[in-house]
Design a protein around this ligand. Structure first.
Ligand code: AHM
Ligand code: MG
Length: 355
């Protein structure tokens, strides 16, 4: 289970189920109603989720008009700290998230895929914050220029350090099981914000006519099995034997291959339709490409909360990994539980074979 602050309350469907289905429920109303699920609720977590919702609306506005204003293409700063080419919208989304989170003072520090180090948030008034937030401001940003879906991914942790002092790196280097909330915003055909606080998963679609995220996907559950696999098959010859054999079987079984190249979009599809997403090690990224703290952990919490599974190719549960650095990369297999189990059986069988 994911949180130290959550009440041990059943299977997680409580809040969504208690809201009548015949009227519009905004994200803000839902978050406020959910506050009672937390044992030590002070409104901080509620405030943080609302800040992220506001930042998401601002980023959405900019993503939607990106072709009209001069905000497409690479930024002047070149590469980010992980060596990825930084886009102008990456920079914009990063700035907006930091700004929104700083303004309310609900968190004491943030860490972003786009920044080398943690960023301390100055205390607002006498408010002492107990949370840190991590995010990938615009996942899949290489897709921006070609009008393909991108997303924002976030994770919230309760700090370990003394609230009377500044946050430390240790507040961020916690295993994914310690996330108190995780979510993503997908800027797709419509814009949807999906999040969990360890009590099930709910999705909110942005209604542009009223400018509000409205509850549209209650108690999301991932299908037990699926008919699609999602992997960059261009790297096939660089994958390990067991991964190649698993992909061969997917093809033999006539599973569909779907790969958007923006993890948040691929995982969202799998959450709704079932399937498996894979990013194994390659020659370029021997430890895997995706970031444990900004991408793998939050999406794993969501998928697990919806009934799915997430492991790495060493067969370790993603959420149990203890990070040693902020920008740590890892391999991942995530999706429908039956498909992740099947992949695990393949890895166990083929990795035992002599080369
Ligand atoms: P980014 O955070 O810099 O956008 O990189 C992460 C993205 C994922 O969204 C996506 O699954 C992956 O990189 C695609 O990588 P590749 O082009 O190697 O398949
Ligand atoms: Mg990313």
């Amino acid at each position: 289970m994911a949180t130290s602050t959550k009440k041990p309350s059943g299977n997680g469907a409580t809040t969504a189920a208690s809201i009548p289905g015949n009227r519009i429920v905004t994200l803000d109303e839902f978050i406020i109603r959910s506050e009672k699920d937390f044992e030590y609720a002070t409104g901080e977590l509620t405030g943080l989720l609302r800040d992220i919702g506001v930042a998401a609306k601002i980023i959405n506005r900019e993503v939607n008009k990106a072709g009209l204003v001069n905000i497409l293409g690479a930024s002047d700063s070149g590469e980010n700290t992980s060596g990825d080419m930084q886009q102008k919208l990456d920079v914009y989304a990063n700035e907006k998230l930091i700004e929104c989170l700083k303004n309310s003072g609900e968190c004491c520090a943030v860490a972003s895929e786009e920044n080398k180090d943690i960023i301390l948030v100055p205390q607002v008034g006498s408010k002492k914050s107990h949370y840190v937030v991590m995010f990938d401001p615009l996942d899949g940003s290489s897709n921006i220029d070609v009008n393909v879906s991108v997303g924002t991914i976030f994770a919230i942790y309760r700090r370990k350090s003394d609230p009377n002092g500044p946050a430390t790196i240790e507040d961020f280097l916690q295993p994914g099981t310690r996330q108190v909330a995780a979510g993503y915003v997908l800027y797709g055909t419509s814009t949807i914000l999906v999040y969990t606080t360890g009590n099930g998963v709910n999705g909110f679609t942005l209604d542009p006519s009223i400018g509000e995220f409205c509850l549209s996907h209650r108690n999301m559950r991932i299908p037990e099995n699926g008919q699609t696999y999602s992997v960059n098959q261009g790297y096939y010859s660089k994958f390990d034997l067991e991964m190649r054999r698993y992909i061969d079987q997917c093809s033999d079984m006539n599973y569909g291959l779907r790969y958007i190249g923006s993890m948040v979009s691929d995982v969202h599809r799998i959450l709704i339709q079932g399937g498996i997403f894979l990013y194994p090690s390659t020659r370029k990224y021997p430890k895997g490409k995706l970031r444990l703290l900004y991408e793998c952990n939050p999406l794993s919490m969501i998928v697990e909360q919806a009934g799915g599974k997430a492991i790495n190719t060493q067969l370790k549960r993603i959420l149990d990994m203890v990070p040693s650095e902020l920008h740590q990369r890892g391999t991942i297999a995530i999706g429908s539980p039956a498909m992740v189990d099947e992949l695990q059986a393949f890895i166990e069988r083929y990795s035992a074979l002599p080369l």
